[in-house]
Design a protein around this ligand. Structure first.
Ligand SMILES: CC(C)(COP(=O)(O)OP(=O)(O)OC[C@H]1O[C@@H](n2cnc3c(N)ncnc32)[C@H](O)[C@@H]1OP(=O)(O)O)[C@@H](O)C(=O)NCCC(=O)NCCS
Length: 329
């Protein structure tokens, strides 16, 4: 009989067994799947954040974990919403384990008084089990991005060509750092994060955007910094006004993967090739901080023509679709 129950993340052996199932289910059939690392997820669960609850739920048969669900919800905003990720390793599929985990999620969501369930899917090809499963439960795809990858170390010849074609940047100054944001840039960096949240396309996903404050940003960066090295380049006008930024993460315990995260150029500063210059400067940082990582990942909405063009110049190639789905209970 399959029994669904919460896992205590402080029980390290059990957490490991749960994480193995989670990972095996998530990566099956995907060539360069990016999955949150064991250390980062374990740390986050054993040291709960004041802004987000994260629960590991396992499907057990005779005390063995056969399937895993990560169940999350924000505690200070987006109070109608929960996020789920259900992963069942291929050898245990089509036995109702995914459905049993889902039923736990439905019950807990009702107990929390929440009504919106969100999930994300990596879809490398069709038909895809996760997509069929989610559609059968009633999820609707609300936003689609392409996940792209470029091999590392970055091709130096291409980098030189890009630098040459980008020319000199005029009217702006670039500042780069690794790790947490220097104190003098905190307010501007917080404001740019707010602008990013407001500007980034998320299709029909329900999302309450809450402005970043310096203290919230500092707390968030301190937590992240334990498990991820952030590489940031920020642009200012000659007069010192912030104009944009780009952000990469090197997960500290992941030998293979690096992530190109946010890139934002504020509306009034678009059209000056700033996106290109920001990314070039941050790639220089990557050369200095990279250890063994072999893949740099990024995500771009299919509708985001400007960013798709930049990604192509940098040699990114698509590996799968990244879908965001939502269901109202
Ligand atoms: C999606 C996933 C969790 C399903 O787990 P599972 O334990 O096989 O799910 P169930 O046995 O409860 O399947 C329920 C129904 O989903 C549908 N389904 C699931 N996999 C399917 C497949 N490969 N082909 C067709 N239908 C499928 C079927 O209708 C199935 O019912 P049936 O077996 O009675 O026909 C599993 O395939 C997985 O881990 N995939 C990778 C991660 C992922 O995409 N997760 C979903 C996002 S949260």
């Amino acid at each position: 009989m399959i029994v669904i129950r919460e896992i205590d993340p402080a029980d390290l052996a059990l957490f490991d067994e749960w994480y193995d199932a989670f990972r095996a289910g998530a990566v099956a059939g995907r060539s360069v799947a990016l999955v949150i690392g064991r250390e980062a997820l374990g740390y986050s669960m054993r040291n709960p954040s004041p802004v987000k609850a994260r629960i590991a739920v396992g499907a057990f048969e005779n005390d063995r974990v056969l399937g895993a669900m990560l169940y999350e919800y924000r505690l200070t905003d987006n109070l109608d919403t929960v996020e789920v990720e259900i992963d069942v390793p291929p050898e245990h599929r089509r036995r109702g384990i995914g459905t049993a985990l889902w039923q736990w999620a439905v019950t807990r969501t009702a107990q929390l008084g929440r009504t919106i369930v969100q999930t994300e899917l990596g879809v490398p090809s069709e038909p895809w089990p996760g997509a069929i499963f989610a559609e059968r439960l009633g999820f609707v795809t609300e936003h689609v991005e392409e996940q792209l990858v470029v091999p590392l170390p970055f091709d130096e010849v291409r980098l030189d060509e890009l630098r040459e074609s980008a020319g000199r940047l005029s009217g702006y100054r670039l500042t780069s750092w690794a790790g947490v944001c220097p104190a003098e840039h905190l307010q501007a960096y917080a404001d740019l994060h707010t602008a990013m949240d407001q500007d980034v396309p998320t299709g029909g996903m329900t999302r309450e955007v809450v402005p970043w404050t310096v203290s919230k940003l500092e707390a968030n960066e301190l937590r992240l910094n334990r498990n991820y090295l952030a590489l940031v380049t920020m642009a200012h006008t000659e007069a010192g006004e912030p104009a944009g930024y780009t952000l990469m993460y090197l997960p500290r315990a992941d030998a293979d993967h690096a992530q190109q995260d946010d890139t934002l150029v504020l509306r009034e500063h678009r059209g000056h090739n700033l996106g290109m210059h920001l990314k070039l400067a941050n790639l220089d940082q990557l050369s200095n901080h990279r250890t063994t990582q072999r893949h740099l990942h990024t995500w771009t909405a299919l509708t985001n023509t400007a960013m798709r063009k930049i990604n192509t110049h940098f040699g990114f190639h698509p590996v799968e679709q990244h879908r965001e789905l939502e269901l109202r209970l």
